[in-house]
Design a protein around this ligand. Structure first.
Ligand code: GAL
Length: 639
């Protein structure tokens, strides 16, 4: 597969007389893809049932005639205003029970049957008209599921659907739900929370104090399943009418639905990469780090998502939206350092992307995203990123095809664990994503290339080191597969800490085969009370008391066991700091026979089967191993 470039374009925002010139400029720039249509419902169906496809026919024809391949988005993220008159109760409800309003986007509840029928109708109409159009070479469902906190809705529609979902989850004999099974699994004898019937069960919001964590976790899983079903409704319709691949554009650090489950119905995973916006509002970095990388973005955050979405797409993935200049939505919105747009794009290719598309072609002079750069300014002149994209287009035309991943290091990522941690963090600021990302960062500073794997992986062949931190519920099959993998395995903290219904299992966690270690109790710690380790590093935020006969590998300064190992497995009983994780992982690599490096801050590498890439994310040159890497640069070694 060739490496390709593209852009996001909104023909409906510009006079028709300009489309041909835009298309020619895109093609001349060396772009392959142009994504259109994902917010255009009110243009496609100005009043209910009265379609206007003429303009889209012309836009697709104009773009296609210029040699571009169209990614057509379904417009279901932006229901028109008239939709609310037909379905006044289709709005999602926030945790306080207030409806989200019309006037921006994503104002719908995933459980609303009437809205879903409307979506099925518009998607069917689009698929019929464009499913076999030769210029429509890919589809995108909706836009950024979950964006603006929209996965979870506390609406009436959600409540009814949740009850049905629970009946199916606790089926009993008659398949109509066994309420005693639910009461037993959730421990509803506690605080007299027992139900007599599924129809008595409400949503876990507005309770006096916290709801039962089992109830909350069930609702999180249900909400995730509703996204999967919503997406599947569209893919079923599209598949019947097109052979073009179907994608969705996921986001950075949005974990409130299971992307692996959505991805199972799609051909390509794509995601929207805004490195500078993320550094400000999503990475969770210190102010020093934010200042240092303000114009470059975090050196690991994009890479993490590239690896995650490569797994979600089962190998096929794109960047559907790449930041080309300042954005509008973060607390502060600086411009990228010259060279960074090229670096970000090459980084995506290094992690296996088939395409990188820039958001957006031209900056909009109106509405919410006026302050968001494009490749062109509103007056049609070139914005600063344009020359980097031009350079890239010529570079990729001579470069090898998309390189397959080739690493012996794996990291498991489990959305369900993220749900469980967020239901029961046990300490302020503790999150599953935060933990896994910290392990990923430590791996990257050791110069490792990483495959992220889903939690239902059973075949670990080819991997010599597997890290699976924080898997709150660890099915026996996974424990067994890890034991049998022959790799060095690093698990914990909180691995296997809860059963599938969020109770503490007995025998006590982690109950791993082949290693005698038990977590006897746990504590969460104030951020200002780290527990230093003997040697380098410390435990911060969260620590477990470990007992058992396994070998003690890591000890705190006051003599408590922090990590223990047996057979091929090491259990880490605490949230380690960066130095602590580096120590644990370096040791595991040594045992596994995996080479490590000691990369300087901001320098990262990525290996594929045929290339080694070096990325210097620093604003100044860095010397490593006698080699100088210029500021904000990419270096590519081909053997
Ligand atoms: C994305 C979204 C785009 C646009 C962009 C601005 O989240 O998919 O439609 O809003 O952000 O950065």
């Amino acid at each position: 597969m060739k490496r390709t470039l593209g852009t996001c374009y909104y023909p409906e925002h510009w006079p028709k007389s300009t489309w041909k010139d835009d298309a020619t400029r895109m093609a001349d720039l060396g772009l392959t893809w142009v994504r259109i249509g994902e917010f255009a419902w009110s243009q496609l169906e100005p009043t209910a049932g009265a379609y206007d496809f003429g303009w889209l026919d012309d836009a697709i024809e104009t773009l296609g005639a210029a040699g571009l391949r169209v990614v057509l988005g379904t417009p279901t993220a932006t229901p028109p205003r008239w939709m609310l008159d037909r379905h006044p109760d289709m709005l999602a409800m926030d945790p306080k029970g207030r409806p989200r309003k019309f006037g921006s986007r994503r104002h719908y509840c995933f459980s609303h049957e009437g809205y879903k029928q409307e979506c099925a109708r518009i998607v069917t109409a689009l698929a019929r008209r464009y499913g076999r159009n030769p210029h429509v070479a890919a589809w995108q469902t909706d836009n950024e599921y979950g964006c603006h906190d929209t996965t979870i809705s506390y609406s009436e529609a959600a409540r009814s659907a949740f009850r049905l979902w629970l009946r199916a989850r606790y089926p009993g004999d008659g398949n109509d739900g066994d309420i005693d099974a639910l009461n037993g699994a959730w421990g509803n004898v506690f605080w007299s929370m027992k139900y007599d019937d599924f129809d008595q069960i409400g949503l876990p919001n507005l309770t006096v104090t916290e709801p039962n964590p089992a109830h909350s976790l069930a609702f999180r899983r249900f909400s995730s399943d509703q996204v999967v079903r919503f997406n599947r409704l569209q893919t079923d319709i599209l598949r019947a009418r097109t052979n073009a691949p179907i994608a969705h554009n996921y986001m950075g650090r949005i974990t409130d639905f299971d992307h692996f489950a959505v991805g199972a119905d799609l051909d390509i995973a794509s995601w929207d990469s805004y490195p500078l916006g993320f550094l400000e509002d999503r990475v969770g970095a210190t102010p020093d780090h934010q200042r240092r990388f303000a114009r470059q973005g975090d050196p690991d955050f994009q890479a993490f998502h590239h690896d995650l979405y490569r797994a979600v797409g089962r190998g096929r993935w794109w960047v559907m939206e790449q930041q080309p200049g300042p954005v509008n939505w973060a607390p502060y919105n600086p411009a990228p350092l010259p060279g960074m747009v090229r670096l970000w794009s090459w980084e995506a290719f290094a992690h296996g992307a088939e395409a990188v598309c820039y958001f957006r072609w031209r900056q909009a002079p109106m509405a919410q995203e006026q302050m968001h750069a494009g490749l062109l300014r509103p007056d049609n002149a070139e914005a600063p990123a344009m020359h980097e994209v031009r350079q890239l287009a010529s570079e990729i035309s001579g470069a090898p095809a998309v390189g397959a991943s080739c690493t012996s290091v794996a990291l498991i990522f489990d959305y369900d664990a993220d749900f469980a941690w967020s239901v029961q963090p046990h300490g302020q600021g503790l999150s599953y994503f935060g933990l896994v990302f910290q392990v990923y960062q430590a791996m990257r500073t050791l110069g490792l290339s990483i495959d992220i794997l889903p939690p239902d992986t059973t075949d670990f062949s080819g991997y010599r080191l597997i890290a699976a931190p924080g898997l709150m519920h660890m099915p026996d099959a996974l424990k067994e597969a890890l034991l049998q993998s022959g790799a060095q395995v690093v698990v914990g903290p909180r691995s296997g800490a809860r059963d599938q219904d969020m109770s503490i299992p007995v025998p006590l966690p982690p109950a791993l085969p082949g290693i005698d270690v038990t977590v006897s109790y746990v504590e969460s710690l104030r951020p200002d009370m780290p527990v230093p380790l003997q040697g380098d590093g410390a435990v911060t935020h969260y620590v477990e008391a470990l007992e058992g006969s396994a070998t003690v590998d890591l000890v705190s300064q006051d003599g408590a066991a922090i990590a223990m190992s047996g057979m091929n497995t090491q259990y880490v009983g605490g949230w380690l700091d960066h130095q602590g994780w580096r120590r644990v992982l370096r040791q595991a690599c040594t045992k596994a026979g995996v080479d490590t490096l000691n990369l300087p801050e901001g320098l990262r590498l990525r290996d594929t089967e045929t290339e080694r890439f070096w990325f210097n994310h620093n604003a100044k040159p860095v010397t490593f191993s006698g080699r100088v890497f210029p500021a904000a640069s990419v270096s590519r070694d081909t053997p």
